[in-house]
Design a protein around this ligand. Structure first.
Ligand SMILES: Cc1cc2nc3c(=O)[nH]c(=O)nc-3n(C[C@H](O)[C@H](O)[C@H](O)COP(=O)(O)O)c2cc1C
Length: 254
């Protein structure tokens, strides 16, 4: 069995959850970075002896569009897929069922699902510090249970996951980070933007139509130059306070 961890993680929270699970599931892990816009995902194909952990953040209760487009290009070849959705303690709504549909369409066999919480990548005070030690213990136990069931061949077919079809309409309040005066134009944000929304020769600019508000540019900037308008942030924070405050637990679906 070859084990792959296929992840879309602009600011690292989804990656942390994926790493905890994958280290529990396999001694050797091949990583596939779905934020790499230079990669040709149509050349990626798997077979029925492979196991793929596929991890995405929830954006507005849905799979982020570039992740969906890139996953749709992969040839699943009957590989077993463990689906992981990571969210910022508000809700993940239809993310797991959308991911299941995308992967089934791409030829994967979906065998398990996990929903986990990580720090909210826009409003960082929500779910701050998560995944924490307790989450790590829970996710490790989930990984062990999935591993045991994979070996026994007792994972469910078809897999039932929470969420609605048709999915909720995609609706995320756009928040486009801007570069401040301390920007020295190093271009790291432009190089690592998952959708190429920042021109390499003019990194203080942003193509607002292309930007997916993922906050990669904010998280990689060595001078902390990029930020979202604080008024927009505090309005969003007030709006989401009630829904995001009560800590939510990680969930396993088998
Ligand atoms: C554009 C955008 C939309 C988001 N929508 C939701 C959401 O609907 N529900 C939620 O709980 N968290 C939401 N979040 C928070 C992320 O799902 C969460 O922070 C996740 O860990 C980010 O993954 P990353 O650290 O791998 O980038 C959103 C974050 C972004 C950037």
């Amino acid at each position: 069995m070859n084990f792959y961890s296929i992840t879309f993680s602009p600011t690292g929270g989804t990656q942390r959850v994926a790493d905890i699970l994958s280290h529990t599931l396999a001694a050797s892990v091949e990583a596939v970075d779905l934020t790499d816009r230079s990669r040709d995902f149509s050349s990626l194909s798997f077979s029925s002896s492979d196991v793929c952990l596929v991890s995405v953040p929830s954006y507005g209760g849905r799979v982020p569009q570039p992740a969906a487009q890139r996953l749709a290009q992969i040839q699943g070849g009957g590989a077993r897929a463990i689906l992981v959705c990571v969210y910022g303690n508000r809700a993940y709504e239809d993310t797991l069922v959308e991911l299941q549909d995308l992967l089934t369409q791409a030829g994967f066999s979906c065998v398990a699902g996990v929903a986990a919480v990580a720090e909210h990548s826009i409003l960082r005070k929500f779910a701050a510090g998560r995944p924490n030690q307790a989450d790590e213990a829970t996710l490790t136990a989930f990984g062990q249970e999935i591993g045991r069931r994979l070996e026994e061949g007792t994972l469910p077919q078809p897999l039932t996951l929470p969420g609605n079809r048709p999915y909720r309409p995609f609706g995320v309040i756009p928040m486009h980070p801007k570069a401040g005066k301390s920007c020295q134009g190093c271009g790291l944000c432009a190089q690592t933007c998952p959708v190429g929304a920042i021109p390499v020769d003019q990194p203080t600019q942003v193509d607002e139509k292309a930007c997916i508000s993922c906050m990669r540019c904010v998280s990689v900037c060595p001078r902390h130059s990029r930020s979202v308008n604080p008024l927009v942030l505090s309005a969003a924070s007030l709006k989401l306070k009630k829904a995001c405050t009560q800590p939510k637990a990680c969930e396993l679906f088998l």
